[in-house]
Write a protein that binds this ligand. Structure first.
Ligand SMILES: [Zn+2]
Length: 225
């Protein structure tokens, strides 16, 4: 009994080893590389330095674009409507010719806005969904919902707040989000005058004087901070 068991185990091990040998390590570490567009949209959305009318409009446009890209990742054909004529629906997702999902976007700046999205906002959106024959709805905000609004959510009406939105973006656009966080991390460093893409890092070597180095183009520009 024991010897049969051992023999089987050894054969199974061989199978496992063969399976492991066919794994391409580089492939396992490769993920969605698209995302430059998403990266610049996230930058626009998360720039809370200004609260002007133009900044608000840019954020609103960026959030509509992001919602469209998310719907496309979900397998819909997506179209940005002009919200005014579409009863507060900003993006519509189609399956074939059927409009299935309506999205409302509110790019509110948490630093410049004290009130959260409330149940009146959510109920108005519900009304728009049914009048526009959308079965399902997503309400996306860069701010938060209040407790009354959250009670209005159900399986066909998903409320996506700032934190949830980041999770969704991380899931669908990991490359853009990691790039964004990386550059945030280096935010106080100056941009490289050569490539304007990378940040200038000061390198220190023992007691010798420091020099500047670009983490992107890897040049050592003549540069004075
Ligand atoms: Zn550079």
């Amino acid at each position: 009994m024991l010897s049969i068991f051992k023999k089987k185990t050894k054969e199974q091990n061989v199978e496992v080893v063969e399976a492991v040998n066919t794994v391409n390590l580089a492939e396992l570490l490769t993920f969605d590389q698209e995302g430059n567009e998403v990266l610049s949209l996230i930058k626009t959305l998360n720039d809370t330095s200004e609260n002007t009318a133009k900044a608000k409009k840019d954020k609103s446009t960026a959030l509509n674009e992001i919602a469209k890209l998310i719907l496309e990742k979900m397998g819909y054909y997506a179209e940005i409507t002009d919200g005014m004529n579409d009863g507060g629906i900003d993006v519509i997702g189609y399956k074939g010719n059927v409009r299935e999902i309506g999205v409302q976007c509110k790019a509110w700046n948490p630093k410049g806005c004290n009130s959260r999205i409330n149940n009146k906002d959510v109920n108005a959106f519900k009304g728009s969904l049914s009048s526009k024959n959308c079965q399902m709805g997503l309400f996306i905000t860069t701010h938060y919902f209040d407790d009354f609004a959250l009670k209005e959510a159900n399986e066909n009406l998903i409320l996506i707040d700032r934190k949830y939105l980041l999770e969704i973006l991380t899931n669908y656009f990991p490359n853009a989000v990691s790039n964004y966080l990386y550059h945030q991390d280096l935010g106080t460093q100056d941009a490289c005058p050569n490539c304007s893409n990378g940040k200038i890092i000061k390198i220190y070597r023992d007691a010798k004087p420091s020099f500047d180095w670009c983490e992107s183009c890897r040049e050592v520009p003549r540069y004075k901070a």
